[in-house]
Design a protein around this ligand. Sequence first.
Ligand code: ZN
Length: 388
Amino acid sequence: MAEVLCEGSDVSAVTTSSICEASSIPATSCEIDIRRLKFVESTGSNGSETEPTPKRRKTKSSQMIRRERGPCVLVGSDQNSVNPKEKLVRLESALQCPRHGTMSVCGRRRDMEDAVSIRPDFIQNRHFFGVFDGHGCSHVATTCQERMHEFVAEEWEKIESKDALMTDRWTEAMKKSFRRMDGEAVNWSGQGRIPGCRCQQGRPMRSEHVGSTAVVAVVGPMRIVVANCGDSRAVLSRNGVPVPLSSDHKPDRPDELERIQSAGGRVIYWDGPRVLGVLAMSRAIGDSHLKPFVTAEPEVTVTEREEGDECLILASDGLWDVVTNEMACEIVRTCLRSNEPVRGGEGEVARASDKACADAAMLLTKLALARRSADNVTVVVVDLRTNV
Ligand SMILES: [Zn+2]
């Protein structure tokens, strides 16, 4: 059963999701007709159905990337030309959850193992977006969907009073959150109901062979924090130029290869580079049988927001395997431009942009399928424009 999940949400409201079920598409099917998808409304605090599917053989590794940029620009660069009322409107806009849309499709895979988590205001004036791409089974990705934002909020609160640079505080909070998430995945006992978990449906999977990527973005009025573990990716579009905010954890990335080998592991080429010939990414949540070669430590970037920021795209490798950063950003920018919100009612503005983000996410997903992506495809689009 192929599944599609798409989501759009109000600025102020809890995310609404729509689960779209496609007619059953055999894994071997060559043709995927998006028109066959049937959309079924559902509600939830965030959306994503995850189910088990064989997507193993990936590796990851850890490293921290720090990106310090110039001073934050929240409103116009020439602020004197902006009247006070407009300044206030823009400030309020910057504090609200950015408009966003998401879509997730099973594609040619037998099972859906991607998961999405969107949590507006999970910390005051900060908003959480996460994409989790599971392998082996869906339950680690689903657990990330349900718990990661809680860990991040808790770890952030714990260190917020400390006198440290914002980058250091976020880096510490993210590292601790991912470590806790990994601990939960590794110690998972199979108890509790997790939608789509094969382990609980008479098809037992050894839980130590189950894992998930995690790319998480915390969007605040001043900056965007991205923590990544695995080969999902976050890309910012700024002044028409794609700016990667994460670096894929592939086993053949030179520093990752060195880390794996120095820990005593090997990267074996079998349908691409894989840690011990098994996992095609070098870092992941879970996968305890591949530790310490596969680690759950994230790389973290902290990026100051600027006036030229247009959108943020988070997606699983089902998109990035077949669509470049440049093309993805161009498609989203085109969707945002073609759905310029009408000045006037706040609700009208929000709806127009939410629709633009949802349209962009759907278009990217369709493009990935048309380009014969072999994986689940999940896309989250966030509108970062502050001057609309
Ligand atoms: Zn499971």
